[in-house]
Write a protein that binds this ligand. Sequence first.
Ligand code: IFM
Length: 447
Amino acid sequence: MTNGFPREFIWGAATASYQVEGAVAADGRGPSIWDTFAHTPGRIADGTNGDVADDHYHRFAEDIRLLADLGLQAYRFSIAWPRIVPAGSGAVNPAGLDFYRQLAEACLANGVTPYATLYHWDLPQPLEDAGGWLVRDTAERFRDYAAITHDGLSDVIKHWMTLNEPWCSAFLGYGNGEHAPGRTEGADALKAVHHLLLGHGLALDAIRSEGGTYGIALNPAPIHAATDSPADRDAARRIDGLRNRMFLDPLLSGRYPADVLEDTGTTEWFATQERDLPLIAAPLDFIGVNYYCPTTVAAPEGPISSPVASTQPGSENVVTVDTGLPKTQMGWPIEAAGLRDILVTINKMAPDLPLYVTENGSAYPDELVDGAVEDDDRLDYLRQHIAVCEDLVSEGFPLKGYFAWSLLDNYEWAWGYSRRFGLVYVDYATQQRTPKKSAQWLQAFLG
Ligand code: IFM
């Protein structure tokens, strides 16, 4: 099979430390907020935790060979802060750095380029105990950890992302409490947004050097209004503000969206943080876009806000609408055109900035039957979204790569092991890996 992508387009697959590594007590790793959260009864749908996960900590060499065999040439993984600085600040754990050095070297030995994310949600627990992302100090500790990690590994890792999906860290972690640390802090979740972005800016400033590329992975999404009514359009403005503009505006334009600060009653607090904006808006080498689905919203029946745990502070009761699109097992509507929309939106804000799809994929209730997984739904999902990328690239759009989420079935956070996103099926009882039909399709497509 031939495809219309240029040779230099990067094809990869992604994972994240807590979702795949296991070995949570190995070689000096400290506890993270996800260890605490996953071990708290009632937090995880199937009552499981990441103690073992895919045992990637011990099986990374096999997994990287598998990735290379699929014809992929890049591996996006995340580095666990509590492996490098177990208490979040203070003593460095050389065994942690060593592990990621081995992992990066295994990539290079297989002709695979490592792309590392410094924070994919496993905050060291002692930092949460001291206030977590609601306090400025966490951003400064993140800078220190980023500098230590980059100093230790920049000879083998050239491509770096500071944060993965800070929207999730802030609004699932401190908004509705669905993710660790499980706090419901209303509009204070916006302070977490600021401290995460400040952490990004401080880290970038500390690690940027010649020969590397430096970016951030966000999860922006097109937000549609259910109808053209002024009330529904206002609902869409609100949710677009929280999901997209609250991140893209400060990163790309050095300001927070005034309407969002107003909706959430945080204008005064943000005015006291203005000095941080130049750092947050420092030039990036790329933005990574993690895209899964669009959201369609409508105005609530009653007044716009009510004091409940929510990912939508200030707009709590804006309603998400089912538009009848087919859905994945997550209940997420499938709309590949949304990938184009969000990439184009970012490109309009920063016309020359290289973009990568750093995650894209779907969960389905896969079954291993006679040694095979016939995941036609996932194959279709991939095909549709890759076709969007192909069109954009052929139009000269600065899209530089595509990373499938995920290389392996893994620990899907509050869903535990009940949601499979992998190109490769994992039998959690035996740790046996089986490439699914979608993986074989991708392999043939990359040919
Ligand atoms: O599994 C997650 C990943 O950790 C971050 N992006 C979305 C994926 C699917 O929910």
